[in-house]
Design a protein around this ligand. Structure first.
Ligand code: NDP
Length: 329
């Protein structure tokens, strides 16, 4: 396929503009493996790139930090035509043209062979959000977290990282509590594993107390800002929070009190540059014990390339539930 369609973001009078364009493989950015993309997925970061023009190192850019597909050509010895592969983050959709495209050329050092136990579609249902949820859980467990230790809070629960974290933690036997701004999604959150659903305003730190009633032994936090403040002040003795996101802001005010009086830990999670060896291990877990049991149409919404521009705008307004995947097949 020398001609193919892609979502292209250009800067017009300084503002980003999206359109579907026909490209040729000669226009793709550098890389040693050419891939026929079967699926991509939509992440909050993609919307910041496509709608707000943030993160991208140059324009025009084909966004899409995630992709899964089949190798068509390879100069790398690590991959051959016909291999099924996936890729998430690094500089995909930022420096190199990304996954919102029927074809992609990607450096082999960023490619993960599709693990046994996952289809290309399932890999993209997980995508960066699933990888980040799994990495967060893996980090909490490495610090010693076990299901019998107590309740685990998942913030931003109706979103991609949130929904998948709820489902994975429930599958592992944890008592999961979910916070959401979308209370109409309470039934959905219970159906994927939340035992209790609370409104996100209940965990929003208005009064900047650094110590509150102990509520959770651990938390998954894709929100940041005053939500992180609240969580830090409410963890049980020896508790941990894994923070990965910033939809609620980047500034966090705290004191040393919860750290020195409750021995809590604040764990940072980055999926972008996470080293390849560990990355493959997390994908192996995503194909086995961390594969969410409810990767059903309830969590997954499948769209076409033409529907992407509207979806990217909706994600910034918090209007998306669970995961959205783009089908290029
Ligand atoms: P989604 O848009 O799918 O989900 C975000 C959720 O956050 C929303 O569904 C909503 O859930 C909640 N939310 C939205 N706006 C606000 C707000 N103003 N205040 C509080 N909560 C809000 O995004 P993702 O799950 O894909 O990503 C979540 C965050 O994690 C983003 O900041 C993203 O950039 C970051 N991220 C970071 C990664 C890393 O490597 N560090 C990797 C992947 C994601 P609800 O209504 O249920 O509360």
């Amino acid at each position: 396929m020398s001609d193919f369609d892609a979502l292209v973001v250009e800067k017009v009078n300084g503002d980003p503009e999206m359109s579907i364009k026909t490209l040729t493989t000669d226009q793709l950015t550098a890389g040693d493996v050419l891939i026929k993309v079967h699926y991509s997925s939509v992440n909050y970061k993609d919307a910041l790139i496509a709608v707000k023009g943030q993160f991208a190192e140059k324009f025009p850019m084909v966004p899409g930090i995630d992709l899964a597909g089949e190798v068509v050509e390879s100069v790398s010895e690590k991959f051959k035509p016909g291999d099924q592969v996936l890729a998430t983050s690094y500089y995909i959709g930022i420096r190199n043209f990304g996954g919102f495209s029927e074809m992609a050329r990607i450096p082999s050092k960023w490619l993960v062979p599709l693990p046994e136990g996952l289809t290309l579609r399932e890999a993209m249902t997980l995508g960066t959000a699933g990888f980040t949820a799994a990495l967060s859980i893996d980090k909490l467990e490495q610090n010693g977290l076990k299901p019998e230790d107590g309740k685990v809070l998942v913030a931003g629960a109706s979103g991609g990282v949130g929904s998948l974290s709820v489902n994975m933690l429930d599958d592992l036997g944890y008592h999961v509590e979910a916070s959401t701004g979308h209370t109409e999604e309470a039934q959905y959150l219970k159906s994927i594993g939340a035992r209790r659903v609370i409104h996100r305003e209940e965990i929003f730190d208005e009064d900047q107390k650094s110590i509150r009633k102990r509520q959770w032994i651990a938390a998954i936090d894709p929100i940041g800002g005053k939500t992180t403040q609240y969580i830090l002040s409410s963890l049980d003795y020896g508790g941990y929070v894994a923070t990965c996101g910033l939809v609620g802001g980047v500034d966090v005010q705290t004191t040393v009190l919860p750290f020195i009086s409750r021995s809590i830990q604040w764990i940072g999670v980055d999926s972008v540059k996470y080293p390849m060896e560990g990355r493959k291990k997390i994908w192996d877990r995503l194909a086995t014990d961390l594969k969410p049991s409810k990767l059903t149409d309830d969590i997954v919404n499948e769209i076409t390339l033409n529907e992407l521009p509207d979806t990217l705008k909706q994600i910034l307004e918090g209007q998306i539930r669970g995961r959205v995947i783009v089908n290029f097949k």
